[in-house]
Structures are given as structure tokens and as C-alpha cells.
Ligand binder design. Sequence first.
Ligand code: CP
Ligand code: NVA
Length: 306
Amino acid sequence: MALRHFLTLRDLSTAELNRVIARAQELKKLQHENKLYQPFTGKVLGMIFEKSSTRTRVSFEAGMSQFGGSAIFLSPRDTQLGRGEPIEDSARVISSMLDIVMIRTFGHDIVERFASYSKVPVINALTDDHHPCQLLADVQTFVEHRGSIEGKTVAWIGDGNNMCNSYIEAAHMWGFKLKIAAPKGYEPKPEFLSEFAHCAELVESAEDAAVNADLIVTDVWASMGQEEEQKIREAAFADYQVNERLMSLAHPDCLFMHCLPAHRGEEISETMLDHLNAVVWDEAENRLHAQKALMEFLILENLKPN
Ligand code: CP
Ligand code: NVA
């Protein structure tokens, strides 16, 4: 049986994704009841971070500790990865010592190359092109607040970035409709979008996307690695702020999510995170539960006899 990884949402079937989300809710309950559940004593997670992180690092590291295992934080600043050791060599060595690896990096090809040389499951913890772990948490959060996301309408307002791409794949996997409002020149890649024409469409304005939405989502205007474009992007994205006025165009029970960190006064109004229908803190917490469920799935799946 081929080794299972999680590089994009499409690495799991819809049934498997739903299993992970249901399991995340069970693990959340155990955690909230202070019940110990330690199936992975002695197992070690490697965490390769080539970009900054708060939520991803804390959730993976805490999750593995709660499972009875441990995690090693690997930054290019103090490993040979930062001094040019090829990713393929690093993958062979690191995966010979650890049980599961997560990687946050720039090019998506880096996680693909690592995974193809790895002996253990690899999780994409954000690349320039995808952020599938965040979607597990987002869908879990939607399900907890509103039930199934199948058949719902989701509005993506802002950059056609890694989060937007993962929302496009999520629309396909979970069967919801995605309306994308992005400024000219910042849309998702047309060749990627055209694969998903059955579930994702570009609309003219933020308002068009928001009308009748069941969920409105946004993200920063300048992602990690694009810091020098901040000023140009502020001008380009000025009409794409999610605020109370935009929320009022959506269904009255429309939820608001943001993967965080958020920039108040830019992609969201100063008070948007305090909106009655904002569920961003649950969304952030669910990174822990969803990724624990994902690690459990991948470790157990890869232990199955061939
Ligand atoms: N949402 C998210 O991935 O946050 P971090 O960058 O803090 O990990
Ligand atoms: N699009 C953002 C997401 C951060 C979690 C970035 O890549 O920086």
C-alpha cells in the first residue's frame, strides 16, 4: 500500500476527510474533559518551519504531546536545510528517525519532493499554494456551528492565495459553492480554477460574493514572503475589506472566519473579530483538534498491513 500523506485536501477522500472531522470533535471533547488519551507514546513528530507560525506550531506540538509523543522543531536557521542540504537527502535522513513530519515552506514542490523521499507520512502545514490543515479546522468549525457544509454558499473575499486555493479544493471535496471576489491580478491561477468550475466561480465584487453567503472568509492581503508588496496590495485590495456592512448582505446566520493572524483596518474592519457571527477563536482552537485527528489518521493508516 502506498504511503499516505496530506499535501492537499485531495490526498484524502471525502469520506476520510469527514472521518477526520468527526474524530476531531471526539478528541476535542476528550481534551475539554481533561481525559488523557495517549496512543502515541514514544512517537516523534518533526516540524520543519521555513516560515513563521503561532497556531500551526503550537497546535502540532501540543497535539503530539497530548498524544503521549513528542515533537522536534526544525528551523532552517539551525539545521543543514538552511545551508543547502538537498531536500531529498534531508527527507531520507529525517524520516528514518521520526514517525511523522509536518512542513511549512515556500514552494509546494518542496513538500512534494520531501514526501516522495520520506518513509513516514508528511503533512503540508502551509506552502505558497495550499493550506489544507486550516481547512480541516474551518470545516470542523462550520459543522459545529451550523451542521453540514454540503450545499452551502461560501464567499472568499481577497487574495487568490494558498488559503483561497485550499477553499477551492474544499468546495470540490465537501460539495459547497465557492464565490471568489479578488482584485484584478490577484485571482487564483486560471488553470487551477478551471479544474473546479463546477464548484468555484469568480464574481465581480466583494458585495456579489457576500450576497446570500452562509460563510464569509478572508485572509491577509500580503502573505508571508510578500511583505515588500504590502503598500501596493493595500491599494489594490481597498474595496475588499470584510466589515459589518458586507456581513449584512449575507444570510443573517452567515459565519465569519479568518485563519489569522488578522490585520484590523486592512482585510477586516477594526471590530470584525467581535462580530456576533465571527467564529475565529473556535476556528483557531480547532487547529489543535483537527490536526490531532489528522495525525492519528495518517499514523494508523500507514500502520495497516500491506
Ligand atoms: N492560521 C495559521 O496557520 O496561523 P499561523 O501562521 O500562526 O500558524
Ligand atoms: N495566506 C497567509 C496565511 C497565513 C496563515 C500566508 O501564507 O501568509
